[in-house]
Design a protein around this ligand. Sequence first.
Ligand SMILES: NC(=O)c1ccc[n+]([C@@H]2O[C@H](COP(=O)([O-])OP(=O)(O)OC[C@H]3O[C@@H](n4cnc5c(N)ncnc54)[C@H](OP(=O)(O)O)[C@@H]3O)[C@@H](O)[C@H]2O)c1
Length: 250
Amino acid sequence: MAQAVALVTGANRGIGSETAKQLAAKGHKVLLGVRSEGSAREVADVIVENGGVAEELLIDVSDRGSIEKAVGEVRVGGRLDVLVNNAALLLDIGKQPTEVGDAEMRQTFEVNFFGPFYLTQLLAPMLMASPAGRLVNMSTTVASLNQLADPDSPARDDICPAYQASKAALNVLTLTFAKQFTDSGSAAKSNSCCPGWVMTDMGEEDLPDYGEGVKPKTPAEGADTAVWLATLPADGPTGGFFSGRKPRAW
Ligand SMILES: NC(=O)c1ccc[n+]([C@@H]2O[C@H](COP(=O)([O-])OP(=O)(O)OC[C@H]3O[C@@H](n4cnc5c(N)ncnc54)[C@H](OP(=O)(O)O)[C@@H]3O)[C@@H](O)[C@H]2O)c1
């Protein structure tokens, strides 16, 4: 059987690089989505040293032309089974909604919402044609509308309105793609996940009060739920939001 192919955006560092390594260890050929050439060389070297297959794929998810070029290259390969929309940015940590600038809001949506939207829209036919197509959107529980609406939730204090809005919008894509996949009779699944609080460049910036004794995860631990969702069996869930492999409220 031909080798399954996974594309992970933002695969050069943080949770994305660990997601790529773990998918390669599970037998996927991994396309390492990066916006600067050579930035995932070390990740690719580790994968190859461990007997896996990896290739860099240039993609800046804030640039429609770059997305289209990358999709063209994926199509040439002829197969895509897994898409992990991982690349993201967080610009407005600690800001009140009145303090978020227009440029900051728009840039956040370009990377965290429009990029994943265009990329998924263009690659959906390949995911739907796969015997086990899996879309995984890397989201966050700080964008959970249930938590934000709960006056007793500590998550209400993790303010980053642009980031939260972009990830809540991404979660809607998860649900609408899940419905389209199912309604079309495809075996493809679509889920969102939160990696938890993870020690990456983003996670180090984002130091909310998760309560005494709550420890940040390593990037490898943070990748676990995304990899689990990317490799779900045929009877696995679709249209869900997960953290620690457990369902969470939207
Ligand atoms: N860390 C946490 O505690 C935490 C918690 C909840 C959710 N998350 C989510 O988990 C995912 C990974 O986060 P992380 O902590 O690993 O973040 P990170 O260390 O800041 O890495 C972000 C990645 O996104 C890439 N990226 C940013 N803008 C891009 C663009 N325009 N085009 C292509 N790639 C771009 C970066 O590439 P460059 O190296 O080129 O900048 C980098 O590879 C994100 O979706 C984040 O929202 C993280």
